[in-house]
Design a protein around this ligand. Structure first.
Ligand code: JHZ
Length: 413
């Protein structure tokens, strides 16, 4: 893609043009495009954030596609910042090691700072990352994780095959929903995966959890797809893969781990795949009307949260944010929450500190600022880590500070 943005006309999974608009969100700047102080005057472009339903294969997706170079080359999201997430990846590596292969090469696509590969290395695997975010990939290399700095595609796959041969475990976590041409991506995986015992395993945010918990803010331009197994199974099949197992996992407010192999591979297909698909039909993930109802749910949440914030402001209370996740960009733009409500945001990531949030331009500071200032309320924007953050900051709470958790339901603690 040469332009910085284009609108596609067909479904990303089945190429049908029978698409209906399902959810309308306010346009936003790019969710991870944090601003340096010196650039605060630059007006960042906003992109449409509408979600479409494919009436043919039932896949939910964005059609407004931002050039991945623009999205990822200066990326500041680092997996290893959240220790809860590091633990998750350690358990995940243990799961694959125990259930599938116990030797050979593991490749992680979208390897970020190499968090999951470090865990595989401890089990004795050779590891290789593929990651386009240059600075983060370089840090992984410095920490001993061999990494190809590039986007994964069939050409990169051929080079990998030439140098390393076939691969037994390929993982791609929180990355499969980020690709505009997932068939091309799978063609690359097909090239390198071992036909004997290879597994391709990925985690993506699970549409069923998004719908049931009103986690609408996980919708932003990086996430082109919102996956259900009912559309994913057919898509993988058309691209030569079969799902062996699918597991619900708790990360990012609810994700799904999908384990697949080349069609006809050696592993048996677990009963859980059909069971989860039945549950998805019960939730109505195959019907456009489900997403129209979801939009009214988002509006109810908006009214509740805005009322809480407005009442606190009217009483003269101070409010800061905790965590500057990408999803906060959607939440703050769709609900119109900005510097009038939030004085500043604290975040443990050194990659984000002293930058400003995209669009709303709220300053991000280290967490010690919260302890120095003792604000009355802290809005947990990284709500997926709410329990962890509240436990970790017990001292703040013991001193009378209160937390507001915005989703799934507005809650004051
Ligand atoms: P977190 C990312 O989304 C980006 P984000 C990406 N596009 C993706 O697909 C999803 O993940 C799945 C901070 N924090 O992980 C760190 C603390 O400061 O929910 C992060 O800035 N202290 C790849 O950005 C933010 O909160 C803490 O103790 O929505 C969390 O971001 C903890 C636990 C977190 O992902």
């Amino acid at each position: 893609m040469n332009k910085d943005y284009y609108k596609r006309k067909d479904c990303r999974q089945c190429h049908s043009q029978d698409l209906s608009i399902a959810i309308n969100l306010n346009p936003t700047p790019l969710a991870n495009d944090y601003i340096y102080e010196k650039d605060l005057k630059i007006i960042k472009k906003k992109y449409p954030l509408d979600v479409y339903f494919c009436n043919s294969c039932k896949h939910l997706q964005l059609l407004d596609v931002v050039n991945p170079k623009k999205l990822y080359e200066n990326y500041v999201y680092v997996s290893g910042t959240s220790s809860a997430f590091v633990k998750h990846f350690e358990k995940y590596a243990e799961y694959l090691n125990h259930n599938f292969n116990s030797e050979g090469l593991v490749i992680d696509i979208g390897s970020n700072d190499g968090t999951i590969l470090k865990a595989f290395k401890r089990f004795g695997y050779e590891v290789l990352g593929v990651e386009p975010a240059k600075a983060i990939a370089e840090e992984a290399i410095k920490n001993g994780i061999e990494t190809i700095i590039d986007f994964f595609n069939p050409v990169v796959a051929s080079e990998i095959k030439k140098k390393y041969g076939e691969v037994s475990i390929i993982t791609a976590n929180n990355v499969f929903a980020h690709i505009d041409n997932p068939s091309d991506f799978l063609a690359g995986v097909r090239k390198i995966i071992s036909s004997d015992n290879g597994v391709f395993c990925f985690e993506v945010s699970y549409l069923k959890d998004v719908i049931e918990n009103t986690f609408f803010d996980t919708i932003y331009h990086e996430h082109l797809d919102y996956h259900s197994l009912l559309s994913l199974r057919g898509f993988l099949k058309r691209n030569g893969f079969e799902i062996i197992d699918a597991l619900k996992v708790a990360t990012h407010g609810g994700s799904i781990r999908v384990i697949s192999q080349k069609i006809g591979g050696k592993y048996k297909i677990s009963e859980s795949v059909n069971k989860l698909i039945d549950e998805e039909y019960n939730t109505g993930l195959h019907k456009l009307s489900t997403f129209v109802n979801f939009s009214s749910q988002i509006e109810k949440t908006r009214e509740n949260l805005i009322k809480v914030l407005k009442d606190l402001k009217d009483q003269g209370k101070s409010i800061i944010g905790y965590g500057a996740p990408a999803k906060a960009t959607t939440l703050m733009h769709h609900f119109d929450i900005g510097p009038e409500e939030i004085d500043y945001i604290v975040d443990d990531s050194k990659w984000k500190q002293n930058l400003y949030t995209p669009g709303k331009k709220i300053k991000i500071l280290p967490v010690n600022n919260m302890y120095e200032d003792n604000p009355d309320y802290v809005l947990i924007l990284a709500w997926n880590f709410a329990d962890f953050i509240i436990k970790k900051n017990k001292k703040f709470h013991d001193n009378g500070g209160k937390f507001i958790v915005p989703l799934p339901k507005v809650k004051i603690i």
